[in-house]
Design a protein around this ligand. Structure first.
Ligand code: FES
Length: 250
């Protein structure tokens, strides 16, 4: 399964992808980005190690409407259930990052930026002693490489690692959407947005474009449109993937 870049979409005659949030309704997705299941793979300790791509879903004809309330019987698409579902569609997240909420951790090989409101509890940062402690040991090339890898996998963009040795942010530029599945926690997560896809509120105001984000699709986040990890606490499942493993507490 490949990834589509903005250039590829333009070559196919589609506009660059964008997501428009409908008032008290679904996400309207334009530009036909790839959309597929992305399952969090964990090791024996339950630490998230990677995303495994899975089944694809159509994003044509555009726009496709993706469920935002969590109640559709035709997930990932909207079926109009938002009109009767028990959810609060209010969008309460700020439209731009708040610099005062970003904490910087300086290590010998990496600067780690931590913007906690964007945490979706995906747990790529939990390996070993934890990424915040590991930053202090990034004079070791193997530790540096692992810190960069874990931060790049942080789907909500809470963590961003700057490589002091090669001077770059290792996050790729692919443009696609993912439906997060977290079988270890018997839950489904939000919509993983990769590659600086604009997200626009019902008033036409764009959110700050970030290289990655996760949008809530369970309808229960307290920081909409962003996912805040509440899907784990309520063990929300979209029915698109088989849950496996022991029920873990959050
Ligand atoms: S999908 Fe709703 S809080 Fe994560």
């Amino acid at each position: 399964m490949g990834t589509k870049t903005c250039e590829t979409n333009r070559a196919n005659g589609a506009a660059a992808p964008r997501i428009e949030i409908m008032k008290a309704g679904p996400y309207a997705v334009y530009g036909a980005p790839e959309l597929h299941l992305q399952t969090i793979e964990t090791d024996e300790a339950g630490v998230a190690r990677d995303f495994r791509p899975g089944r694809s879903f159509a994003t044509r004809p555009e726009p496709v409407h993706l469920c935002r309330c969590g109640a559709s019987k035709n997930k990932p698409y909207c079926d109009g259930s938002h009109g009767k579902a028990d959810w609060d569609p209010a969008l309460t997240a700020p439209h731009a990052r708040r610099p005062e909420e970003v904490t910087s951790y300086e290590g010998p090989g990496v600067t780690l930026l931590d913007d906690e409101p964007y945490c979706v509890l995906a747990r790529f940062c939990d390996a070993g002693e934890g990424i915040w402690q590991a930053v202090g040991h990034t004079d070791d090339p193997a530790v540096r490489k692992e810190v960069l890898r874990e931060a790049a996998l942080c789907p909500g963009g809470r963590l961003k690692a700057i490589d002091k040795v090669e001077g770059r942010d290792p996050v790729g530029q692919s443009t696609e959407l993912g439906l997060i599945e977290d079988p270890r926690m018997r839950a489904s997560g939000g919509i993983r947005v990769l590659g600086a896809i604009p997200v626009i509120d019902p008033e036409g105001i764009a959110y700050e474009v970030r290289d990655r984000a996760v949008l809530c699709r369970c309808g229960q986040s307290h920081n909409k449109p962003c996912c805040d990890g509440t899907h784990l606490r309520v063990h929300w499942q979209d029915g698109l993937a088989e849950p496996v493993g022991e029920l873990a507490e959050v």
